[in-house]
Design a protein around this ligand. Structure first.
Ligand code: NAD
Length: 440
């Protein structure tokens, strides 16, 4: 099968990865059917509503639907029956022991197996442990189809851009035909192709996320040290980031890493290594440091409210800017902000929070995750009556916080800027106190 003969593509799972992948493949000119088991999601998509916040996605979906290249379906039958290539983009959550749970991958593969046409290529885009290539093959139960691994590296918040301009495309396959078919789909991209064996492709994905998590844990440790020695982490980042061997990306100190990928993937990396007889102690340290970082921010906020480390926080009102795990997304999964806020609430604090994506109508999962917090409609609303104001997500608009109005609206005077977004001098000039991360 060459580029000319791949006509129909089915995408199984229409979440952050599946929806963006399916839409960009339609944009490349393919006929794409996106399938999901979530009737609410499929209904919204068919009504022209994009269920996630992702820059540029709504326009691209509308364009490709109008061109008749992109469609949304409840269930994979019959779309899979006529597809030349089928992408698996289903969740791989963390199991109780830290390993990746392959239940969804197995179920999706077992479901589509009997429907596949001979010669079809099944491409796994879900992040899966080394060896899962064979798990997919076994679950499909077919020896007349090919399987390939094509890990995804998109970042939520810039997912469309990342799919249109990837740093590289990684393809893992056991035979040249499967690799050629997958490569042909991305032919219009000006990018580097890394064609390798399935185990290496699967390892690349975990190693990439593990390395990025390591950079953040590293700089958070440096920031903690800066606070002790009276150095400024911003100057340190500028100083080390200008070294091309290090680079300045992913060196922003903050409340710790989170989101739908890093936490589960870093634990899975430790688990995969352990299963193969290697103690990945570096990665264990990276995870520990991240857990400590959540506690460090909780302690900063408690101290700002004049409470000792384990004191109850009854009667303390905390104004919060930012709930999502990063700016540019509505994703609350494993958000550091929520970890920190739940911990503060358990100690008795009242939480008044604003986030640009969580102030309107919430879906049931979001509602559950935000249970116990007062959700505010604006930054000003969140600061009203607060003893401490904290910034936990790096939404750019938070830089424009009206500091004079904030000082007037708050009951207390403390600002804990866990994203180093504000200018400390400007905060102090407004009559507030400032505590950032690693800022002397
Ligand atoms: P998601 O939860 O947003 O979406 C997964 C979708 O799959 C859901 O809509 C779910 O209803 C659907 N689904 C589950 N079982 C199905 C089935 N049998 N048939 C059809 N649909 C089914 O997940 P996501 O964030 O898109 O992640 C998917 C995979 O990609 C994961 O393995 C993840 O680790 C990986 N990944 C995610 C990102 C990211 O930034 N979100 C980046 C790279 C890789």
């Amino acid at each position: 099968m060459s580029n000319e003969t791949v006509q129909q593509i089915a995408v199984i799972g229409t979440g952050y990865v599946g929806l963006t992948t399916g839409t960009t493949l339609a944009h490349f000119g393919y006929q794409v059917a996106c399938c999901d088991v979530d009737a609410r999601k499929v209904g919204l998509l068919n009504d022209g509503v994009i269920p996630i916040v992702e820059h540029g996605l709504a326009e691209l979906v509308a364009e490709n639907r109008a061109a008749g290249r992109l469609s949304f379906h409840l269930g994979s039958d019959p779309a899979v029956r006529t597809a030349d290539v089928i992408f698996l983009c289903v969740p791989t959550p963390q199991d109780d022991d830290g390993s990746a749970d392959l239940t969804y991958v197995r179920a999706a593969a077992a479901e589509i197996g009997p429907m596949l046409k001979p010669g079809a290529v099944v491409v796994n885009k879900s992040t899966v442990p080394v060896g899962s290539f064979h798990v997919v093959g076994e679950a499909l139960g077919r020896d007349d189809v090919d399987v390939a691994s094509n890990p995804e590296f998109l970042r939520e918040g810039s997912a469309v851009h990342d799919c249109l301009h990837p740093d590289r495309v990684v393809i893992g396959a056991e035979n040249g035909r499967a690799a050629d078919v997958v490569r042909s789909l991305y032919e219009s991209l000006d990018t580097e192709f890394i064609i390798t064996d399935p185990a290496s492709a699967e390892t690349i994905k975990y190693a990439a996320n593990g390395f990025l998590a390591m950079k953040i844990s590293f700089i958070n440790s440096v920031a903690a040290m800066c606070e002790q020695v009276g150095a400024d982490v911003a100057a340190v980042v500028a100083g080390i980031g200008s070294d091309h061997r290090i680079g300045d990306q992913f060196l922003n100190p903050g409340p710790g890493w989170g989101g739908s990928c890093f936490p589960k993937d870093s634990r899975a990396l430790v688990s995969i290594a352990r299963d193969h007889g290697y103690d990945f102690s570096l990665m264990r340290g990276v995870i520990d440091i991240n857990e400590q970082q959540y506690d460090r921010i909780v302690n900063k906020i408690a101290r700002a409210a004049n409470r000792f480390e384990h004191d109850p926080l009854d009667g303390v009102v905390i104004g919060v800017l930012g709930l999502t795990f990063k700016a540019g997304t509505d994703d609350l999964r494993e958000s550091p902000s929520l970890r920190i806020l739940h911990s503060l609430r358990e100690r008795g604090a009242e939480i008044r929070a604003y986030d640009p994506t969580a102030s309107g109508e919430l879906d049931p999962i979001q509602t559950d995750r935000l249970d116990g917090f007062t959700l505010c409609k604006s930054m000003a609303d969140a600061t009203e009556g607060a003893d401490v104001l904290t910034i936990l997500t790096e939404w750019p608009e938070f830089r424009d916080l009206d500091l004079a109005a904030t000082a007037a609206a708050m009951r207390g005077t403390a600002v804990v800027d866990a994203r180093n977004l504000l200018d400390p001098d400007a905060v102090k000039a407004a009559g507030l106190t400032y505590d950032g991360v690693g800022r002397s």
